[in-house]
Design a protein around this ligand. Structure first.
Ligand SMILES: NC(=O)c1ccc[n+]([C@@H]2O[C@H](COP(=O)([O-])OP(=O)(O)OC[C@H]3O[C@@H](n4cnc5c(N)ncnc54)[C@H](OP(=O)(O)O)[C@@H]3O)[C@@H](O)[C@H]2O)c1
Length: 289
C-alpha cells in the first residue's frame, strides 16, 4: 500500500541532510554563512506559520534566516526602497517577498517582484528568472514546481509522453510547471475556472496536479485508473490540514499520490533553501562546490 504514497517529507529530509553537508563544506572554505532575508508585510497568520517552518529548516541546513516584518500600511515607495536596500546589502544572499501581500499592495505585486535582484531571487519570480525558465533553464525556478519534479523523478515516475493536467495557472505553481513538464516531454494541459468540461481533462490525465484551494475537489469518479496525483493544495478544515484531493476516496484507484500535508510542502521549503544556496554561490562567484 505504501509504495503508492509519494512521501515528500521523507525525500525533503534526505535532500536537506545532503544540502547541510554541502553548505557546511562551502562555509568552511569561504567563512561566510548564507543569509536569506524574508519580507513579511502585515500579520497574515498563515504566512507567519509558513515562515516559522522555513526559519526552522534554514537553521537545520546552516542558512541564516531573517524576517523583516513591515506594517500592513507601508507605502509602495517604502517597500520598493526596502527591497532595494536588501539588493545592495552584500551580507544578504537571497530575498523572499512573502505572498500574498495585504489588499492595499496586492496590485503592485509584480512591481515588487521585478525589483528583487535576479541574483537574489530565491522564489524565481523576477522576470529574468521567469524568462530563463521559458528556455528550460531551471536554475532559479520557483520552489513548488521544483519540488514536484524532484518527487516524480525520485519515484521514477515516467513523464515523457504522458498526458499531464495541471489545475492551476498561478505564477508559483501552474505556469512554471508547464515548462518543466514540457522539458521532460509530457503533453501538458492547464485547467482553470474558465475551462469548459474540466471533467474531460481530469478523466484523461495520466499525471494530475491539483492546486485549487478546494478540499475534496478530486474524487474517484473523476479520475482515470492508475493516474499519478500530485496534491499541492493546503486547506484547513475543522482545524486539520488537508489537500484538494479526497485521499482516502481515490487511493485504490490511483497509481500514486502525494499526501497533503507531507507531500509537496516540505519539498517547497527544501527548494527555497536550495535556491538560497544557489544565489549565495553565484554572488560569491563559487563555480564548483
Ligand atoms: N504545498 C506547497 O508547497 C504549496 C505551495 C504553493 C501553494 N500551495 C497551495 O496550493 C493552492 C493554490 O495556491 P496558489 O497560490 O497557486 O493559488 P491561486 O493563485 O488561488 O490559484 C488557484 C488556481 O486554481 C484554479 N481554480 C480554482 N477553483 C477552480 C475550479 N473550480 N476549477 C478549475 N480551476 C480552479 C484557479 O483558476 P483561475 O486562475 O481561473 O482563478 C487558479 O488558477 C493553495 O491551497 C495553496 O495553499 C501549496
Amino acid at each position: 500500500m505504501n509504495d503508492k504514497i509519494l512521501d515528500g517529507k521523507k525525500l525533503a529530509d534526505k535532500l536537506n541532510s545532503e544540502l547541510k553537508i554541502q553548505i557546511n563544506k562551502t562555509v568552511k572554505k569561504t567563512g561566510i554563512i548564507p543569509k536569506l532575508a524574508t519580507i513579511l508585510v502585515g500579520k497574515d497568520p498563515a504566512s507567519r506559520v509558513y515562515l516559522n517552518i522555513k526559519n526552522r529548516t534554514s537553521a537545520q541546513v546552516g542558512i541564516s534566516s531573517i524576517i523583516i516584518e513591515l506594517e500592513e500600511n507601508i507605502t509602495k515607495v517604502k517597500l520598493l526602497e526596502k527591497i532595494d536596500r536588501l539588493n545592495n546589502d552584500h551580507t544578504i544572499h537571497g530575498i523572499l517577498l512573502q505572498l500574498p501581500l495585504p489588499e492595499s499592495l496586492k496590485l503592485y505585486t509584480l512591481e515588487f517582484l521585478n525589483k528583487i535582484s535576479p541574483l537574489k531571487d530565491v522564489d524565481g519570480l523576477n522576470p529574468v528568472n521567469k524568462g530563463k525558465l521559458y528556455d528550460y533553464n531551471e536554475e532559479l525556478a520557483p520552489c513548488t514546481p521544483k519540488g514536484i519534479i524532484a518527487l516524480l523523478e525520485h519515484y521514477n515516475i515516467r513523464i515523457k509522453g504522458k498526458d499531464a493536467v495541471i489545475i492551476n495557472r498561478s505564477n508559483l505553481v501552474g505556469k512554471p510547471l508547464i515548462f518543466m513538464l514540457l522539458k521532460r516531454n509530457a503533453t501538458v494541459s492547464i485547467c482553470h475556472t474558465s475551462t469548459i468540461d474540466i471533467n474531460n481533462y481530469i478523466k484523461n490525465a495520466d499525471l494530475l496536479v491539483v492546486a485549487v484551494r478546494k478540499p475534496k475537489f478530486i474524487t474517484k469518479e473523476r479520475i482515470k485508473e492508475g493516474v499519478v496525483i500530485i496534491d499541492v493544495g493546503i486547506n484547513r478544515v475543522e482545524g486539520k490540514l488537508c489537500g484538494d484531493v479526497d485521499f482516502d476516496d481515490v487511493f485504490d484507484k490511483c497509481g500514486a499520490i502525494t499526501p497533503s500535508p507531507g507531500g509537496v510542502g516540505p519539498l517547497t521549503v527544501h527548494f527555497l533553501l536550495h535556491n538560497s544556496f544557489i544565489t549565495y554561490k553565484k554572488l560569491l562567484n563559487l563555480t564548483e562546490m
